[in-house]
Write a protein that binds this ligand. Structure first.
Ligand code: SF4
Length: 93
């Protein structure tokens, strides 16, 4: 059986980032327990925590909606699809 390398597959995608309008925003005050859910669940690994604090970058978002479902009532302040033709463009290599 062939193994699939998810990182390689995701690396094929193209991202057209809207630098002036984040399509996902977090609340100013972050609940650590809620953030931890997103660290584990985001397939793109965009939620990270280290000694300097909580980090999130919407630029590599796959628009899967997982974070919205898990935390829309807690630490996700805004979740929208990117406008127009911006956002992820999936490529199958
Ligand atoms: S929509 Fe999906 S890929 Fe984008 S930040 Fe949320 S969990 Fe991660």
């Amino acid at each position: 059986m062939n193994k699939v390398n998810v990182d390689l597959k995701l690396g094929l995608n193209k991202f057209f980032v809207d630098e002036s309008n984040a399509h996902i925003e977090l609340t100013d005050k972050i609940n650590e327990k809620e953030f931890k859910k997103l660290e584990f669940a985001c397939p793109a690994g965009l939620y990270k925590k280290d000694e300097s604090g909580f980090h999130f970058d919407y630029a590599g978002c796959l628009e899967c909606g997982t974070c919205r479902i898990l935390c829309k009532d807690t630490i996700i302040k805004k979740w929208e699809y990117p406008v127009g033709t911006l956002g992820v463009e999936y490529r199958n290599g």
